[in-house]
Ligand binder design. Sequence first.
Ligand code: NAP
Ligand code: MN
Length: 266
Amino acid sequence: MKFAITSKGDQKSNTLMHKMRTYLLDFELIYDEDQPDIVISIGGDGTLLYAFHRYSSRLDKTAFVGVHTGHLGFYADWTPEEIEKLVIAIAKTPFQVVEYPLLEVIIRYQGGAKESRYLALNESTVKGVEGTLVMDLEIRGEHFERFRGDGLCMSTPSGSTAYNKALGGAIIHPSISALQVAEMASINNRVFRTVGSPLILPAHHTCMLKPVSHFDFQVTIDHLSYLHNDVKSIQYRVPEEKIRFVRFKPFPFWKRVHDSFIDDSD
Ligand code: NAP
Ligand code: MN
């Protein structure tokens, strides 16, 4: 079996990375940064986002596991104290995986430039570059609303505890294949109206944004941010691809929610 390790880059994460690499090599696993079967991310959720984007072209062949060197993470749910256990589990036992849904974003341009396609693990947001974002929002090809405001956030179930949560979105269990639309400060008065509530769409309900008067947008895909000019439409849906996490111990999602947001003292 081949493995790779990505580190947040701080001293604690780097030390742990070297230790784990040595242990795994002792168990006769092969270190392969290009084609790993297992990717171990050491740091935080942000480190796992980075690892996901590095290996997003081979998601069907790679399983991820996250160790946290700071606070407990949603993707980084192993503690540094558990790494001996983790190494033995990786080296000695056939591992199980859980799959989480992702978000597909396709951006098309005026004038026929080649479309851009992205996969997000947490979310994709869109904001205007010259003030208020104005977009027509369509669901399954039907006009739904004309949005005016700071921006929109389309998130995955596992990303629902990140930016989406700060916007008042719901937390969705990652066994549910869905995409969530959350508003950022919509303008609502007698002239402009949006639904106001976050929407949760099932897989294969495509959501489409179409510009009204400005065609340049700042689009984020997880921690990455891009400026897109001359946009014709932005399409969102749940793709076929999924991310696979290695599961060695039960650590239920709702317990991670509790320990992250309520308290972790029990
Ligand atoms: P960052 O600004 O350092 O991270 C923001 C925080 O979000 C960190 O504490 C990070 O955890 C946490 N986080 C990441 N994914 C999460 C998840 N699925 N559930 C719960 N918390 C999560 O930037 P980053 O580490 O590169 O992460 C990028 C993410 O930041 C974006 O995908 C977006 O979700 C989030 N963000 C949030 C807001 C907001 O809440 N207002 C605004 C912008 C971006 P770690 O410390 O473990 O890395
Ligand atoms: Mn408690």
